[in-house]
Design a protein around this ligand. Structure first.
Ligand SMILES: [Zn+2]
Length: 372
């Protein structure tokens, strides 16, 4: 994540804090000082917040270590003011794995709460004298007691089935045992969005942080449901299904002026560049063209400004894998090659159109699913 400060690594996973997290600390300090708290009270408040976030890191480590057990790479854990985010390379499609990864986080809070409970119990500090006033006193005085409450809160809050929060992932995994993943995700996402609207209302009445969380949940549910739908469409197809035969190849010895002519003359924005033997040697995107025009002028040779670092899928490759790789490496166009011959090109915009068409076909006429 951008704008993050690295704190080091635990079990090979980078732990970082987002800069907005600093705002929380400043806010706590401001709140305490403006209330007339002493420096010592303010310091305790800051330490308390940092301890809560340490619990959040442990929660995310719970998810991450379980994910690693199933061979999923974990890039980092980032602390945001609204909680932590573990960046998993992928979420396993096997419902049992997803379920275990999802419950590993809240389980950590349960364990922390259990340990704190035992410590307090052993110290005889759980015996609450009669009267709400003393209860309040106990709650205010005991750092560990408050930490116990926070961990119980984190446990309960995270198991609310608001997909993509942990409880929602558990729900999706359980539904996936009974139905296909696309339907399971769409049901879980709808429930998540309804709950998010509920969070937003509660947030308006109480804590504004809930509104931010509601927004994350709402958009996250929408995004993941779309991703799963897209993934399932792409998994059914090969690169040859989106292969484009009508395109204008550029020769590496031509000048940028030629590329600009074609760019302005029609709809083509992304080009494959060939050498004299018609072998694909580079790709040239609209952004490359504009940048090169700005820096080198239009008489520069295409070979000097094209991108030579690309990969060439074959028509039989899985569309899902190639699409993912294109997204990760930010390719918008690629040559498709079979037995050393250029078969055509694939273009990101075209693949996205293909997905839209497939979505409509699958929704309206299920039996036509495999025609296009
Ligand atoms: Zn979690």
């Amino acid at each position: 994540m951008k704008w993050s400060l690295s704190l080091g690594k635990i079990a090979g996973i980078k732990i970082q804090i987002h800069w907005t997290f600093i705002l929380i600390i400043l806010w706590i300090i401001f709140l305490n000082l403006s209330r007339g708290s002493t420096v010592q009270e303010t310091t305790t408040a800051v330490i308390f917040i940092l301890t809560i976030f340490a619990c959040v890191v442990l929660h995310e480590l719970g998810h991450s270590l379980m994910a690693k057990r199933y061979g999923v790479a974990v890039k980092s854990i980032t602390l945001l003011p609204i909680g932590g985010v573990a960046s998993l390379e992928e979420i396993p499609e096997d419902p049992k794995k997803e379920l275990l990864i999802a419950i590993a986080g809240p389980s950590v809070n349960l364990i922390i709460a259990g340990i704190l409970f035992l410590i307090l119990w052993a110290g005889g500090r759980l015996t609450i004298p009669a009267g709400a006033e003393s209860f309040q006193k106990l709650a205010e005085s005991s750092f560990l007691y408050r930490l116990l409450s926070v961990n119980l809160f984190l446990l309960v809050f995270n198991i609310i089935p608001a997909f993509p929060m942990d409880g929602g992932r558990v729900l999706r995994a359980l539904l996936s045992l009974k139905m296909d993943r696309v339907t399971a995700t769409s049901i879980a996402a709808s429930i998540g969005q309804i709950l998010a609207i509920g969070f937003a209302f509660l947030g308006l009445l109480s804590n504004p942080f809930l509104i931010v969380i509601a927004l994350f949940v709402y958009l996250g549910a929408q995004f993941e449901a779309q991703q799963v739908r897209t993934g399932s469409i792409l998994a059914d197809h090969k690169v040859r299904d989106v292969l484009m035969h009508h395109y204008t190849p550029l020769n590496e010895h031509e000048t940028l002026a030629k590329a600009i002519d074609i760019l302005l003359d029609g709809q083509e924005r992304e080009f494959v560049v060939l050498d004299d033997e018609d072998k694909a040697v580079g790709i040239l995107t609209r952004d490359n063209i504009i940048k090169a025009l700005n820096e080198r002028g239009k008489e520069v040779s295409i070979s000097e400004v094209m991108n030579r670092d690309f990969f060439s899928p074959s028509p039989a490759d899985s569309l899902k894998d190639v699409f993912q790789k294109m997204q990760q490496q930010r390719f918008t166009v690629l040559p498709v090659i079979e037995e050393d011959t250029l078969k055509g090109i694939i273009d990101m915009e075209n693949i996205l159109e293909f997905i839209q068409v497939q979505e409509v076909l699958q929704r309206e006429v299920p039996h036509l699913k495999r025609i296009i």
